[in-house]
Ligand binder design. Structure first.
Ligand SMILES: C[S@@+](CC[C@H](N)C(=O)[O-])C[C@H]1O[C@@H](n2cnc3c(N)ncnc32)[C@H](O)[C@@H]1O
Length: 441
């Protein structure tokens, strides 16, 4: 069956050429890896509320109810004690296409979530054949070409659709596509099986634990926040790393979360309200430094050298979000626009960090320009910072660039298709982490 080898479906050569400029030989392998589904599912347990042992028992119970004696393994990694991993199913073969079933088409972002174990929410359903009944089983496909019109009632024919699995219908056409009423919400199709073998549990996140990718958990561990410190999370929404920072600090100290999207800040407020040490502001972090050196009020902008640790989880091209069934970035100039804002943010971070403080720069992408080249630029531009080893190390070293020596590459973490990331335990999304320390005065 057809499976994409590039998120750009062979139509984005210019874009593909932007991704790895020095390491072009590694590009085909990287592109096809981006299209594949990470096979492990990871939850970060909120250890302020529950124990990892108790949450593991809860997960195992859910899996047993769903899969009986074929329930997949739940395990931890000693480097990340607050994380639990769910292994893929041993035998995803019963997700096989059944010619007797009707078909249902979803968009690519819904398709990607489905391959990672989600059910299908109403907005993701593009086409449902007329006559499809409640509780009926359907073959689910993703429309890679983006040509299937929402509300299509007939069988959608295309060479660029891929089979994802078999689902049970919970909403009918009239519930999904009623133009006169509010758009439908909720689960429209419950996935019984999928071709990735990732258990179809949906998102079990609640106050006790969060569905979160492994490198994001590594990232906050690399930052290493301590109780009582003052920590800035410059690009915080939806707040998933912010809450991890607060948890590692035992909810003692000060965590300032900034984001320049008002709606995203509103969206994370209720989650953050559970932590005493977090304060969140709708604010453009490229202006977070009070350049006038005036006495600051409590909120942003802040005086220079205000923070012990800073996380810059930068806005980026997001290409590491596997599986990339089709990339929403269509022009090279969009890809080229990210390093500019990343540099502005990094410059602010260097000024806001106290001497001896720690800065972590991370992205959920794989382009050289937003990862290793950005680090090389920062080291050139700011002699007061140096790279330090990004421990705990679960990713591979950074790519070798002329401007970075071998020791520096080893200090970086790149989650990609290299041998180091191949073990089943680490089949995760693409991500990049660099840790800097600012010289003491
Ligand atoms: C990669 S996401 C952050 C994810 C978040 N750290 C987490 O783990 O939940 C990047 C965020 O940066 C925000 N952003 C983009 N430009 C910004 C700016 N100039 N100042 C502050 N936030 C910005 C976006 O709104 C987006 O929420």
């Amino acid at each position: 069956m057809f499976y994409p080898k590039s998120p750009f479906l062979g139509k984005g050569l210019q874009l593909e050429n932007e991704i790895l400029k020095v390491h072009t030989a590694a590009l085909p392998q990287l592109l096809s890896w981006l299209c594949q589904t990470p096979r492990i599912t990871t939850y970060r347990v909120n250890t302020l509320r529950t124990s990892v042992i108790d949450y593991k028992a809860k997960l195992q119970e859910q899996l047993k109810q769903r899969y009986g004696h074929q329930a997949p393994r739940v395990y931890g990694l000693h480097e990340l004690p607050e994380m639990l991993c769910i292994a893929p199913l041993d035998a995803p073969a019963d997700a096989q296409y059944d010619d007797a079933l009707r078909q249902l088409i979803v968009d690519t972002s819904c398709g990607a979530a489905l391959l990672r174990g989600a059910h299908i929410f109403a907005p993701g359903v593009l086409a449902m054949e007329t006559g499809t009944q409640l509780q009926e089983l359907v073959n689910v496909f993703a429309d890679l070409a983006g040509k299937c019109k929402r509300g299509t009632a007939t069988r959608y024919v295309s060479d660029e659709k891929i089979f994802l699995g078999v689902g049970r219908v919970l909403m009918q056409r009239h519930q999904l596509y009623n133009n006169n009423k509010e758009s439908a919400s909720g689960i429209a199709v419950h996935m019984e099986t999928n071709v990735s073998g990732v258990p179809t549990l949906g998102d079990l996140s609640d106050a006790d634990a969060l569905l979160q990718n492994l490198p994001s958990i590594v990232c906050v561990r690399v930052l290493g926040p301590q109780p009582g410190e003052s920590v800035l999370d410059m690009c915080a929404a939806p707040g998933n790393k912010t809450t991890h920072i607060a948890e590692l600090m035992g909810d003692v100290g000060r965590v300032v979360a900034l984001d320049n999207s008002a709606s995203r800040v509103r969206g994370m407020q209720s989650k953050l309200a559970n932590y005493r040490c977090i304060e969140a502001y709708h604010f453009d972090a490229t202006k977070a430094l009070n350049e006038l050196g005036e006495e600051c009020s409590t909120g942003p902008p802040f005086a220079a050298e205000s923070f012990d640790r800073i996380l810059l989880d930068a806005p980026c091209s997001g290409l590491g979000n596997r599986p990339q069934l089709s990339c929403s970035i269509k022009q090279a100039k969009v890809l080229q626009s990210y390093p500019h804002v990343q540099r502005n943010l990094l410059a602010q971070a260097v000024s806001l960090l106290r001497p001896g403080g720690v800065l972590v720069y991370s992205t959920c992408t794989v382009t050289e320009a937003e990862c290793e080249q950005l680090v090389a630029w920062a080291l050139r531009k700011f002699p007061q910072i140096r790279l330090v080893d990004a421990q705990p190390k679960l990713g591979a070293p950074g790519l070798q660039l002329a401007e970075l020596d071998d020791d520096q590459c080893q200090m970086l973490q790149r989650f990609g298709p290299s041998a180091e990331n191949r073990s089943d335990d680490l089949d995760t999304v693409g991500f990049f982490i660099a840790k800097f320390e600012k010289a003491k005065n």
